[in-house]
Design a protein around this ligand. Structure first.
Ligand code: G3H
Ligand code: 13P
Ligand code: ZN
Length: 313
């Protein structure tokens, strides 16, 4: 399947504009009809370009045919500037599979491997992807964090002196860097922990105009945690990245910001509140509708207040 047949675009133009305009393209993770529908509603309401991120585990959960069927069903038009992106592809084969399915962008995450091996694999994926006009993201440095398949252990910040060689040798289109973000809902022990803007600044100087990516960038809205806990949940100690710091990062060549956990929280908050308020309801369409509303609202808030991508179509 060619991604253009699904109305999708690669990330080239959107990143170019985002860097020039000091904003970031939101990459929201999707894994079913509700998350896709809510993210598309948010993008369309806020007139924002968007990246639909699908992890390998999400692809397995939905099944490839189901995912592509859902994307087709979203009736996406090229002028809406929507990319379908493989998040944390962990092998050349996984990226190849995604390209064949109709993804317009892939991430090859070989960041756990030695530098030379990371270069070798990322370069192979870039060659493969570029032959289909598909964009490629790779990663240098490792994020910390507590989360299922994407737990990378302890953080090692990206070494700025590696980035020029890496980008030149691999020919990738964007680079994910580690400057203190982490996957999951437990990112910081206290409000005083800051992103390493010194590292970001150094990298941006070495790679002028080159698209940089922040993973693990959920802000973990406390209103969502409060709603979940008010309606029977038990989440404590969750703390995300400060929104103002994320916004600042978008002004410094971060042109893609990955958010998954915030949408998971919104989904859960919507479902819990709906079930608690209508205990006699057993129609899933009702509590899933509440989840969709909560996710769309969270995405719109972040598009406006963090990404700065509102009205950028
Ligand atoms: O960074 C990755 C995302 O949070 C995806 O997580 O593999 O559980 O879908 P997942
Ligand atoms: P969060 O866990 O901060 O939402 O990170 C998502 C992510 O990096 C997806 O690749
Ligand atoms: Zn990630």
């Amino acid at each position: 399947m060619k991604y253009t047949d699904l109305g999708l675009v690669n990330t080239k133009e959107m990143f170019k504009k985002a860097i020039a305009g000091n904003y970031a393209i939101p990459a929201f993770n999707i894994y079913n009809m509700e998350t896709l529908s809510a993210v598309m509603t948010a993008a369309r309401t806020a007139h924002s370009p968007i990246i639909l991120a699908v992890s390998e585990s999400a692809l397995k959960y939905m099944g490839a045919d189901m995912l592509i069927g859902l994307i087709r069903g979203a009736n996406i038009q090229p002028q809406e500037q929507v990319a379908l992106h493989l998040d944390h592809g962990d092998s050349i084969e996984a990226c190849k599979h995604a390209i064949e399915l109709g993804f317009s962008s892939v991430m090859i995450d070989a960041s756990k491997l030695p530098f030379d091996k990371n270069i070798e694999i990322s370069k192979s994926v870039a060659e493969l992807a570029h032959a289909h006009n598909v964009s490629v993201e790779a990663e240098l440095g490792t994020l910390g964090g507590i989360e299922d398949e994407n737990t990378f252990g302890t953080t090692s910040y990206t070494n700025p002196s590696d980035v020029e060689q890496f980008v030149k040798a691999t020919n990738i289109d964007s680079l994910a860097i580690a400057i203190g973000t982490s996957h999951g809902a437990y990112k910081r022990k206290n409000e005083n922990e800051e992103l390493r803007f010194d590292i970001l600044e150094d990298i941006a100087k070495r790679l002028p105009e080159f698209p940089l990516v922040l993973h693990g960038a959920s802000s973990i809205p406390q209103n969502l945690i409060n709603t979940i806990n008010e309606y029977g949940g038990q989440i404590s100690g969750a703390l995300g990245i400060n929104s103002a710091q994320l916004r600042r990062a978008t002004e410094m060549n971060i042109c893609k910001i990955n958010v998954d956990s915030d949408l998971r929280l919104a989904f859960t908050a919507g479902v819990r509140q709906s079930l608690a308020e209508t205990p006699n309801n057993f129609n899933p369409r009702e509590y899933l509708s509440a989840a969709k509303v909560a996710i769309a609202q969270t995405c719109i808030d972040e598009i406006k207040n963090i990404m700065g991508s509102e009205n950028k179509l």
